[in-house]
Design a protein around this ligand. Structure first.
Ligand code: SAH
Length: 217
C-alpha cells in the first residue's frame, strides 16, 4: 500500500472537500504519517474517514476532527501549545509541524510510551510529553498560546482557562458522555472569554483524579 498516495487522497476528500483551506494545516497533515500511529493490523485503515482504536479503550481521532481542531487554534507559527490527551500522538505530531513547542499530557503510560517512540522515530524534537492527569494543565509551563483538549469534558474546565495567555484559544469538546459540542474560547484583554460553538463531536471522556471530570472542574 502506498501510504503517501492514501494520505494525499485523505487530505483531498476528507479535509479540503469539507472546507478546511488553511494551507499550513493541510501541509502538516500531508507531512504526518498517520499509519505509524496505529497498530500494524490497522494500517490499511489509517487514512480512512474514521477514528480507530489504539488500545486501552481509547481512539485516534478522525482525521477531519484533527484538522478542524488544529485550524481552530488559528496558528501562525512560533506558539507554545498545550495538548491534553496525547493518545496515539497523531494530533501532537501534526501540531509539532506548526508551532515552536507542543506540551502534551497523557494519563495512560502505555499509550504515552508508544507515542514517544513514534515521535523519536520521526525525529520530532519540539514535543514535551508527560504522563499524568492533564485536568490540572501544566502549571509551570503556563501561560500557553493555545490549549487543545482531545477528550470530552462535562463542563468547561476552568483550570485550562487560567493557563491561557491573552488572545489565546482553548479548543475543547464539552457535554455529556455520548455527545459533545466542540467549543472555542478565547481569553480577552479584560480577563473574560469569548465563546464559539464549532460543531457536534464525540470524544472519549476526560478522566480526572476521581473520575469523569467530576471533581469540581
Ligand atoms: N489526539 C489523540 C486522541 C486520543 S483519545 C489522538 O488522535 O490519538 C484521548 C486521550 O485522552 C486518551 O488517550 C485518554 O487516555 C486521554 N485522557 C483522558 N483523560 C485524561 C487526563 N485527565 N489527562 C491526560 N490524558 C487524558
Amino acid at each position: 500500500m502506498d501510504y503517501a498516495v492514501a494520505r494525499r487522497r485523505m487530505v483531498e476528500s476528507q479535509i479540503i472537500r469539507r472546507s478546511i483551506t488553511d494551507q499550513s494545516v493541510i501541509d502538516a497533515l500531508l507531512k504526518t504519517p498517520r499509519h505509524l500511529f496505529v497498530d500494524e493490523g490497522l494500517r490499511p485503515h489509517a487514512y480512512s474517514d474514521a477514528s480507530l482504536p489504539i488500545g486501552e479503550k481509547q481512539t485516534i481521532s478522525q482525521p477531519y476532527m484533527v484538522a478542524a481542531m488544529t485550524a481552530a487554534l488559528g496558528l501562525e507559527g512560533g506558539e507554545r501549545i498545550l495538548e491534553i490527551g496525547t493518545g496515539s500522538g497523531y494530533q501532537t505530531a501534526v501540531l509539532s509541524h506548526l508551532v515552536s513547542r507542543v506540551y502534551t499530557i497523557e494519563r495512560i503510560a502505555t499509550l504515552a510510551g508508544r507515542a514517544r517512540r513514534v515521535f523519536d522515530q520521526l525525529s520530532l524534537t519540539n514535543v514535551n510529553l508527560k504522563v499524568g492527569d492533564g485536568t490540572v494543565g501544566w502549571k509551570d509551563q503556563a501561560p500557553f498560546d493555545g490549549i487543545i483538549v482531545t477528550a470530552g469534558a462535562p463542563e468547561i474546565p476552568t483550570e485550562f482557562l487560567d493557563q491561557l495567555d491573552v488572545g489565546a484559544p482553548l479548543v475543547v469538546p464539552v457535554g455529556p458522555l455520548d455527545q459533545q459540542i466542540l467549543l472555542r474560547l478565547v481569553r480577552t484583554e479584560d480577563g473574560r472569554f469569548s465563546r464559539e460553538e464549532l460543531m457536534d463531536c464525540r470524544f472519549v471522556p476526560l478522566i480526572g483524579e476521581t473520575g469523569w471530570m467530576d471533581n469540581g472542574c
